[in-house]
Design a binder for this molecule. Structure first.
Ligand SMILES: Nc1ncnc2c1ncn2[C@@H]1O[C@H](COP(=O)(O)OP(=O)(O)OP(=O)(O)O)[C@@H](O)[C@H]1O
Ligand SMILES: [Mg+2]
Length: 266
């Protein structure tokens, strides 16, 4: 992959009052790449995604390029698909109508969008639940509806903020393999936040470890493990070696954030 990066971030910083959330964050993402991001709680991961999704602006001085063109963060609104950390399902809409929300806002044909969503239900393990409302679903199911919404809003770059956080271990590993499969078939570019180091390595072409706040890149680790990836990989020596490196970097930062009191309040 030596084409021009799809996304280029240089020296991105963001301050909220007294809190410096990001400082000098640099990252290039190549088209079709799967990049995972880990880092201590409160280090600015979601802030980074809000900027790349066009929902927030970085402080002056940083450079943001998308598809080779320098742009303001706000211009990215609607150009990337984004699954926020909270699922943001609307309680008065059923599964299908929640799934097509972003398409509807965009002005897509409603019945076509519904038909597409219905056809995707089995892939997301939601068959038979199309007419249910969020309060009738489990946490994991709500997360899958939110994920389906992100996939239905077809953009080259997808930002997924801890999409499997509410899933039990078994469903989670099923969803990881499912996501890899979908990603390989659709050739989307994914930026993926997680607190799970195994997940970050299992999914990623590269793992970005962030520093404690202010967030910057602490470690950028290539994951040169063959694809398709099977669960056995998790216990291989190659996997374990990468995991050790990533864990060392995270532990150092987590310790720092506790000692300096920069860990996010629970
Ligand atoms: N809109 C905002 N206004 C004020 N402070 C904010 C805002 N958004 C984020 N912050 C602060 O910026 C810092 C980084 O927050 P962010 O949500 O990006 O962390 P995170 O890395 O996603 O954490 P977690 O892993 O817990 O989700 C935190 O100290 C948070 O309190
Ligand atoms: Mg977050």
């Amino acid at each position: 992959m030596n084409s021009a990066p799809l996304l280029e971030l240089r020296g991105l910083s963001k301050r909220f009052g007294a809190v410096q959330a990001l400082e000098g964050f640099d990252l290039d993402v190549q088209p079709g790449e799967f990049v995972t991001v880990v880092g201590p709680s409160g280090c600015g991961k979601s802030t980074l995604f809000n900027i790349v999704a066009g929902l927030d602006e970085p402080d002056a001085g940083g450079i943001l390029r998308f598809k080779g063109r320098g742009c303001h963060a706000r211009e990215l609104l609607g150009q990337v698909s984004f699954m926020p950390q909270r699922d943001l399902l609307l309680p008065w809409r059923n599964v299908v109508d929640n799934a097509i929300l972003a398409n509807e806002i965009e002005g897509a044909n409603r019945s076509q969008a519904r038909a597409k969503a219905l056809s995707m239900l089995p892939e997301f393990g939601l068959t038979g639940f199309e007419n249910q409302y969020p309060h009738q679903l489990s946490g994991g199911m709500r997360q899958r509806v939110a994920l389906m919404r992100t996939f239905l809003f077809e953009r080259e770059l997808m930002l997924l903020d801890e999409p499997f956080g509410a899933l039990d271990a078994l469903t989670r590993s099923m969803m990881q393999r499912w996501l890899l499969d979908v990603w390989q078939r659709h050739r989307r570019t994914i930026l993926f936040i997680t607190h799970d180091v195994d997940e970050a390595i299992f999914l990623g072409d590269r793992v970005v470890v962030m520093t404690a706040r202010p967030g910057a890149v602490k470690l950028m680790r290539e994951v040169n493990l063959p694809r398709p990836r099977a669960p056995e990989l998790l216990t291989s020596p190659e996997f374990t070696a990468i995991k050790r490196e990533v864990l060392d970097a995270i532990e150092e930062e987590a310790m720092k954030s506790f000692l300096t009191g920069t860990a996010a309040a629970p």
